[in-house]
Write a protein that binds this ligand. Sequence first.
Ligand SMILES: [Zn+2]
Length: 356
Amino acid sequence: MNRLAQMFLMVSIVFPDLTTLALAAPQTGLNQSFLAPAGHAGLPFLNAPAIAPIGVRVDKYLDVPESAKGPPIDSHKGYRLEQLGRGLYMITDNAYQSMFLVYETGVVVVDAPPSYAAKLNQAIAEVTKLPVTHLIYSHSHTDHIGGAGLIGGHPIIVAQEETKRLLVRGADPKRPIPTVTFDKTYELKVGSQRLELSYHGDGHEPGNIFIYAPEQKTLMAVDLVFPGWMPFRRFAVAHDLPGWMAQVDLLAKLPFDKLVAGHVARLGTHADVMTQIDFDNDVKSAAAEALKETPFVDGINPADSGNPWALTDDYTARVAGRCVSTLTPKWSTKLAAFDAFVWDQCYAMEQSIRVD
Ligand SMILES: [Zn+2]
């Protein structure tokens, strides 16, 4: 059943006498005789994309392409370790990613996602008996560091100063306040190991940093690139979308071999960064063209003409629909979960283009 037919079925269950009229009526313009009650869903927009809009349940999401999958997780352990070079390991549950670095007398942990933080010490113990001496926060969000309190001991906690500001404000006992902060760059030298921390301004959120292990040629940068996958909705809920896009562009210029991106099932590569830049740019041009080509008023109930928010909502939905239709042929089979978040990306981008 196509989506229009489904909508008719849905509407006909709720308003049986209205849809009889609707089916007989032409699908263009506004027909006052079959309007749903105020505030209820009406008929779909003309030429609405086949990708289900936000809030509409789908029976089956698009299949996840092989290119997005990673090595399996041992279900007994609930995580897997992947060695990234001398003393450096990624730990992941194939949804979140963090890492730890072993040096001569201790361990540096970078992030502690709550989804597997209770197993972090067990994972480290697979590799070394040395204690955790340092903890680095990539940024303040609890889904990446909310398991910090489970590591125990009294590690030195390093973060960018904006991260400290946000954590002081949040006063969350699960996210201990950083003990060492920096502005632009910070070099952590422990034994023969080294990590370079750098801050490139607001993007995902203030304080989100890059963590680079030069010997292992591994870069950890969280919530910017989603290897093989669609970015999380609204470009990973970017606090500043132009800043976020600039940071993804910057990743392409850095000399890493392995990218620990904080999410999804596998490591990232330069090719993944380039794919995402291509996608981000396509969304930007699709949204810009949709904003330009879509009439601001088209088919809205004249009774709503004095309601600027209603006009904007109707216009924005038609802009987003046009943007989704432009992106679907190229991207729906290329990035996993395209259908889950493409509407969000188009809404976020048209908003950013209009106001940023
Ligand atoms: Zn985040």
